[in-house]
Design a protein around this ligand. Structure first.
Ligand code: HEC
Length: 135
Protein backbone atom coordinates (compact mmCIF):
# COMPACT_ATOMS: atom_id res chain seq x y z
CA UNK A 1 0.00 0.00 0.00
CA UNK A 2 1.16 3.48 -0.81
CA UNK A 3 2.15 5.37 2.33
CA UNK A 4 0.24 8.60 2.60
CA UNK A 5 1.11 9.52 6.13
CA UNK A 6 4.41 11.13 5.22
CA UNK A 7 2.64 13.93 3.42
CA UNK A 8 2.39 17.26 5.11
CA UNK A 9 -1.26 18.08 4.59
CA UNK A 10 -2.36 16.97 8.03
CA UNK A 11 -4.78 14.24 8.83
CA UNK A 12 -7.84 16.22 7.77
CA UNK A 13 -6.53 16.65 4.24
CA UNK A 14 -5.43 13.06 4.11
CA UNK A 15 -8.83 11.91 5.28
CA UNK A 16 -10.62 14.03 2.77
CA UNK A 17 -8.36 12.91 -0.05
CA UNK A 18 -8.81 9.28 0.90
CA UNK A 19 -12.53 9.58 1.34
CA UNK A 20 -12.77 10.98 -2.18
CA UNK A 21 -10.41 8.51 -3.77
CA UNK A 22 -11.10 5.25 -2.06
CA UNK A 23 -14.06 5.40 0.29
CA UNK A 24 -13.53 3.56 3.55
CA UNK A 25 -9.89 2.92 4.26
CA UNK A 26 -8.37 0.43 6.65
CA UNK A 27 -5.68 1.75 8.96
CA UNK A 28 -3.76 0.32 11.91
CA UNK A 29 -3.43 1.87 15.36
CA UNK A 30 0.23 2.66 14.69
CA UNK A 31 -0.57 4.31 11.31
CA UNK A 32 -3.02 6.57 13.08
CA UNK A 33 -0.58 7.25 15.90
CA UNK A 34 2.09 8.39 13.47
CA UNK A 35 -0.37 10.55 11.58
CA UNK A 36 -1.53 12.29 14.75
CA UNK A 37 2.04 12.65 16.01
CA UNK A 38 3.16 14.23 12.74
CA UNK A 39 0.21 16.57 12.87
CA UNK A 40 0.93 17.45 16.52
CA UNK A 41 4.58 18.18 15.79
CA UNK A 42 5.80 16.71 19.06
CA UNK A 43 6.41 13.17 20.34
CA UNK A 44 3.39 11.45 21.91
CA UNK A 45 3.46 10.51 25.58
CA UNK A 46 1.60 7.46 26.87
CA UNK A 47 1.79 8.80 30.44
CA UNK A 48 0.22 12.07 29.40
CA UNK A 49 -2.41 10.12 27.45
CA UNK A 50 -3.36 8.01 30.44
CA UNK A 51 -3.77 11.03 32.68
CA UNK A 52 -5.77 12.85 30.00
CA UNK A 53 -8.04 9.81 29.62
CA UNK A 54 -8.72 9.33 33.31
CA UNK A 55 -9.15 13.02 34.25
CA UNK A 56 -12.15 15.25 34.00
CA UNK A 57 -11.71 18.42 32.03
CA UNK A 58 -14.19 20.77 33.62
CA UNK A 59 -17.28 18.69 32.86
CA UNK A 60 -19.03 15.78 34.46
CA UNK A 61 -17.26 13.01 32.54
CA UNK A 62 -13.78 11.77 31.76
CA UNK A 63 -13.07 9.38 28.89
CA UNK A 64 -12.88 6.69 31.57
CA UNK A 65 -16.48 7.39 32.64
CA UNK A 66 -17.65 5.39 29.62
CA UNK A 67 -14.55 3.43 28.59
CA UNK A 68 -13.27 2.43 32.06
CA UNK A 69 -9.98 3.59 33.53
CA UNK A 70 -7.98 0.68 32.09
CA UNK A 71 -9.68 0.67 28.65
CA UNK A 72 -9.12 -3.09 28.62
CA UNK A 73 -12.57 -4.11 29.80
CA UNK A 74 -16.05 -3.60 28.57
CA UNK A 75 -17.16 -0.06 29.34
CA UNK A 76 -20.57 1.28 30.11
CA UNK A 77 -22.10 4.42 28.66
CA UNK A 78 -22.32 6.97 31.47
CA UNK A 79 -25.80 8.10 30.51
CA UNK A 80 -27.49 5.26 28.62
CA UNK A 81 -25.84 2.34 30.48
CA UNK A 82 -25.21 0.59 27.14
CA UNK A 83 -22.19 -1.71 27.03
CA UNK A 84 -19.15 -0.45 25.11
CA UNK A 85 -16.55 -2.91 23.87
CA UNK A 86 -12.97 -2.42 25.17
CA UNK A 87 -11.13 0.55 23.65
CA UNK A 88 -7.55 -0.73 23.87
CA UNK A 89 -6.68 -2.38 20.53
CA UNK A 90 -5.01 -5.38 22.21
CA UNK A 91 -8.39 -6.22 23.72
CA UNK A 92 -10.48 -5.34 20.69
CA UNK A 93 -8.73 -5.70 17.32
CA UNK A 94 -11.37 -3.62 15.53
CA UNK A 95 -10.31 -0.49 17.37
CA UNK A 96 -8.36 2.17 15.47
CA UNK A 97 -8.64 0.40 12.13
CA UNK A 98 -11.21 2.69 10.51
CA UNK A 99 -10.07 6.26 10.31
CA UNK A 100 -13.47 7.81 9.71
CA UNK A 101 -14.95 5.96 12.67
CA UNK A 102 -12.07 7.04 14.90
CA UNK A 103 -12.42 10.68 13.85
CA UNK A 104 -16.19 10.62 14.26
CA UNK A 105 -15.99 9.30 17.82
CA UNK A 106 -13.05 11.48 18.88
CA UNK A 107 -15.08 14.45 17.74
CA UNK A 108 -18.23 13.43 19.56
CA UNK A 109 -16.58 12.19 22.76
CA UNK A 110 -14.13 15.07 23.10
CA UNK A 111 -17.06 17.43 22.72
CA UNK A 112 -18.84 15.60 25.58
CA UNK A 113 -15.79 15.59 27.86
CA UNK A 114 -13.96 18.83 26.99
CA UNK A 115 -16.68 20.88 25.27
CA UNK A 116 -14.31 21.16 22.30
CA UNK A 117 -12.53 18.90 19.86
CA UNK A 118 -9.35 17.14 21.01
CA UNK A 119 -6.11 18.42 19.52
CA UNK A 120 -3.93 16.13 17.41
CA UNK A 121 -1.46 16.07 20.33
CA UNK A 122 -4.17 14.87 22.71
CA UNK A 123 -5.30 12.18 20.29
CA UNK A 124 -1.69 11.06 19.80
CA UNK A 125 -1.12 10.84 23.57
CA UNK A 126 -4.33 8.87 24.19
CA UNK A 127 -3.60 6.46 21.35
CA UNK A 128 0.03 6.04 22.47
CA UNK A 129 -1.26 5.02 25.89
CA UNK A 130 -4.01 2.72 24.55
CA UNK A 131 -1.41 0.86 22.47
CA UNK A 132 0.62 0.19 25.64
CA UNK A 133 -2.41 -1.40 27.36
CA UNK A 134 -1.62 -5.09 26.93
CA UNK A 135 -2.95 -8.29 28.52
C1 HEC B 1 -20.60 9.39 27.24
C2 HEC B 1 -19.82 8.17 26.97
C3 HEC B 1 -18.44 8.32 26.36
C4 HEC B 1 -17.42 9.13 26.80
C5 HEC B 1 -17.40 10.07 27.99
C6 HEC B 1 -16.30 8.88 25.90
N1 HEC B 1 -16.65 7.94 24.95
FE1 HEC B 1 -15.48 7.27 23.45
N2 HEC B 1 -17.02 6.12 22.73
C7 HEC B 1 -18.28 6.07 23.29
C8 HEC B 1 -19.16 5.28 22.44
C9 HEC B 1 -20.64 4.99 22.71
C10 HEC B 1 -18.38 4.87 21.34
C11 HEC B 1 -18.86 4.11 20.11
C12 HEC B 1 -19.26 2.72 20.39
C13 HEC B 1 -18.10 1.80 20.25
O1 HEC B 1 -17.26 2.03 19.37
O2 HEC B 1 -18.02 0.83 21.03
C14 HEC B 1 -17.04 5.42 21.57
C15 HEC B 1 -15.97 5.20 20.70
C16 HEC B 1 -14.74 5.82 20.83
C17 HEC B 1 -13.67 5.72 19.86
C18 HEC B 1 -13.71 4.91 18.57
C19 HEC B 1 -12.53 3.97 18.47
C20 HEC B 1 -12.65 2.93 17.39
O3 HEC B 1 -11.74 2.81 16.58
O4 HEC B 1 -13.64 2.18 17.38
C21 HEC B 1 -12.65 6.51 20.34
C22 HEC B 1 -11.31 6.80 19.66
C23 HEC B 1 -13.07 7.08 21.61
N3 HEC B 1 -14.34 6.64 21.88
C24 HEC B 1 -12.28 7.89 22.37
C25 HEC B 1 -12.73 8.57 23.51
C26 HEC B 1 -11.95 9.57 24.21
C27 HEC B 1 -10.53 10.00 23.87
C28 HEC B 1 -12.74 10.05 25.22
C29 HEC B 1 -12.43 11.18 26.18
C30 HEC B 1 -12.11 12.45 25.58
C31 HEC B 1 -14.01 9.33 25.14
N4 HEC B 1 -13.97 8.45 24.09
C32 HEC B 1 -15.08 9.52 26.00
C33 HEC B 1 -18.68 6.66 24.47
C34 HEC B 1 -17.94 7.58 25.21
Amino acid sequence: MRSIFGMSHGLGGVLLALACQQGAWAATPSDLLSAYTTQAGRPASAARGQSFFTSRHGGEWSCASCHGSTASQEGKHASTGKAIRPLAPAFNPQRFTDESKVEKWFKRNCQDVLSRECSAAEKADVLAWLITVQP
